[in-house]
Write a protein that binds this ligand. Structure first.
Ligand SMILES: *[C@@H]1O[C@H](CO)[C@@H](O)[C@H](O)[C@H]1NC(C)=O
Ligand SMILES: *[C@@H]1O[C@H](CO)[C@@H](O)[C@H](O)[C@H]1NC(C)=O
Length: 469
């Protein structure tokens, strides 16, 4: 149809008005094939949405009034470097080999259990950083709730209406700006009121050494990781708002009646910064000068240089399938194939990888930068018999070779002390040895845990060996 002038202008005018309203219209995540989404806040840690910039990670339940966001930093591990080489390994090697050759496997396993296990038996473990506790100053019952994780632009969000005001919160973890940012907007000016608090964790606050305000818009919390000579960590949050008032009370930042606000979060440990608190407060004070819109557009551009390298098409799902929330589609896929859900899952894998393996970060450990347990399963360390490798298997076929540098950095770290391990445990002067666990200190801790040999012995003889830990 050929539109004449005035009609064209009128159409454009309506479009602009819709554009303004559309910002607070329903997010309609169902129409975006790159969104994981649902219509309720997370009940458990394991149904929260995760974001990460390689170094910092956040796990977001997306509660309406109370949102307790778990935050991680990739270098927060227990204790300091330790040497775990069993001093009796080398002297008993010949005896173990000869027992195996005589098929006296249980005896070999018994000897190995004393002379082969690491001393101490475990590597260092990964630890959670803390919680960013966001409490909105409004009712906890809302309508029209939707929560999403957008794999196309690497952001998460929540949408709901309380007392006639519609709120949108967006969460991003930016690699270029090295910050986590939470942006809160409302459909009615002056409606954004909340407070922010940092803590180690509901049952973990005894591991927090300090928590205080800095100036009128920033808070800092920190302490030391477990074990002798632990790692110093500090986390901080700053609120920048337009309209309304931002102030501190105790170790909380409060924001009253703003039109919109951004919470900036960062954390450092003394693995990368001499003084984590100064690094945190300096970063937060510098970031305040950059708008959320600019941080987000730089973040999306950076993320998409990786994410947009691959697309996968397995055919179309039915419109009935596409209308369902992700948990419902997951429940249904057992009976009816849902091709676009499979593609979403494939993209989720790429998303997690891009979010947790970036230049100059640690490689993803077992739980990645999304851990809330002080004593996580298997220490959330690097199990190098399969799991670390699995995290990197798809990196080359998805054209992400440039994100594998953290793996090679870790291998380099492991190499020098692996030479010492080869020498002291096996009497071998050339080459290096790594057993099947390591931690971020790979170098001096190179994991003389129970070795493959021991497991092979146990498997062949049916004798249970100490579980590898
Ligand atoms: C998530 O965690 C809850 C609480 O620990 C547990 O009951 C549930 O089985 C978990 N779900 C999955 C899919 O692991
Ligand atoms: C915060 O909530 C309290 C209790 O409902 C209320 O009295 C107060 O006015 C609210 N403050 C703002 C700034 O909305």
């Amino acid at each position: 149809m050929h539109l004449r002038g005035p009609l064209r202008v009128a159409t454009l005018g309506v479009g602009l008005l819709q554009g303004v309203r559309a910002q607070f219209g329903p997010p309609n995540s169902a129409s975006n094939p790159l969104r994981i989404w649902t219509s309720a806040a997370a009940t458990y840690f394991n149904d929260s949405y995760v974001i990460g910039n390689g170094r910092l990670g956040a796990t977001i339940p997306g509660g309406i009034a109370s949102d307790v966001i778990h935050v991680n930093e990739d270098s927060l591990w227990s204790g300091a470097k330790i040497d775990r080489v069993n001093p009796d390994a080398n002297a008993n090697m010949g005896q173990m080999q000869s027992l195996l050759q005589q098929a006296r496997n249980p005896e070999a396993a018994r000897l190995a259990s004393f002379t082969y296990a690491g001393t101490p038996v475990s590597t260092r473990h990964y630890e959670p950083l803390g919680d960013l506790q966001l409490t909105m100053n409004h009712s906890s019952s809302g309508t029209g709730y939707e929560r999403w994780l957008d794999l196309g632009e690497s952001s998460s969000g929540v949408y709901y209406t309380v007392s006639g005001v519609t709120y949108i919160r967006e969460y991003i973890a930016s690699n270029p700006d090295n910050v986590i940012a939470i942006h809160i907007t409302a459909s009615k000016p002056g409606s954004v009121s909340f407070n922010v608090h940092l803590r180690k964790g509901q049952t973990l606050n005894r591991w927090e050494d300090y928590s205080y305000k800095v100036g009128s818009d920033t808070i800092v919390m920190g302490g030391e990781s477990q074990g002798k000579s632990g790692i110093d960590f500090a986390a901080g949050a700053r609120v920048v708002a337009s309209g309304g008032r931002v102030y501190t009370l105790g170790d909380y930042v409060l924001c009253d009646n703003a039109d919109e606000a951004t919470i900036y979060f960062t954390a450092w440990t003394d693995i990368r910064q001499k003084d984590p608190v100064t690094a945190v407060t300096t970063d937060l004070s510098n970031i305040g000068g950059k708008s959320f819109a600019n941080i987000k557009s730089d973040h999306v551009a950076d993320y998409q240089t990786y994410f947009n390298r691959v697309s996968l098409n397995l055919g179309s799902s039915s419109s009935a399938q596409k209308a369902l929330s992700t948990p419902k589609r997951l429940a249904a896929i057992g009976t009816t194939f849902d091709p676009e859900l499979v593609v979403l899952y494939f993209n989720f894998g790429r998303y997690l990888f891009i979010s947790s393996s970036r230049a100059n970060t640690n490689p993803p450990n077992l739980q990645g930068i999304w851990d809330q347990e002080m004593d996580p399963q298997w220490g959330s360390k690097y199990t190098i018999n399969i799991n670390l490798q699995m995290n990197y298997w798809p990196s080359l076929i998805t054209n992400l070779a440039d994100l594998t540098s953290p793996l090679f950095d870790l291998l380099n770290t492991m190499h020098s002390s692996g030479e010492k391990t080869a020498q002291s445990m096996y009497g071998i002067d050339t080459g290096f040895v790594a057993h099947h666990n390591t931690d971020q200190f790979g170098s001096r801790h190179c994991t003389p845990g129970q070795l493959w040999v021991l497991n092979l012995v146990a498997m062949r003889s049916g004798v249970a060996c100490t579980p590898y830990i």
